[in-house]
Write a new protein. Structure first.
Length: 143
């Protein structure tokens, strides 16, 4: 997996560059490195700037540091539960406007969305075109 920031650029400068070229920042949180790499490759090919986070417990810090426009969040993250992270994001006035799309092999989609107030859900394994469409939909409707 490649580093998600260009070497030598401060976070503030990186965000400024992304804003100037209208790149939407997508934070992808999953403890499965293979999924992170596939999602990164697909979303980058659609013009998104991708921030990868394989450690769920660092998600809130990533959100504060990189100000993503949308978050893809796995439900099961090893030591942390993605629904707990989603609940924290939706309860915080500084982050509750950011669309959160949960994704997981979890079978009860409605229960997951009800518990954490996620904006959407994608079941694993997921169709990559559907993933891109959902991201674009939520980005277009969150502004």
């Amino acid at each position: 997996m490649r580093p998600f920031l260009l070497s030598g650029l401060s976070t503030k400068r990186w965000i400024s560059i992304c804003n100037k070229i209208n790149m939407e920042r997508v934070l992808v949180v999953d403890d499965n490195i293979d999924i992170l790499e596939v999602v990164e490759m697909i979303l980058e090919s659609h013009g998104f700037e991708i921030i990868l986070n394989p450690k769920g417990e660092e998600t809130i810090n990533y959100v504060e540091k990189f100000a993503p426009q949308i978050i893809l969040l796995d439900v099961f993250l090893g030591n942390v539960n993605g629904t707990d992270i989603c609940r924290q994001l939706k309860a915080n006035p500084k982050t509750n406007h950011i669309p959160v799309i949960m994704f997981s092999a979890h079978s009860n989609i409605n229960a997951v969305m009800d518990v954490c107030k996620a904006d959407d859900f994608i079941a694993k394994p997921f169709d990559l075109n559907n993933l891109v469409e959902k991201i674009q939909f939520h980005l277009n409707h969150s502004n």
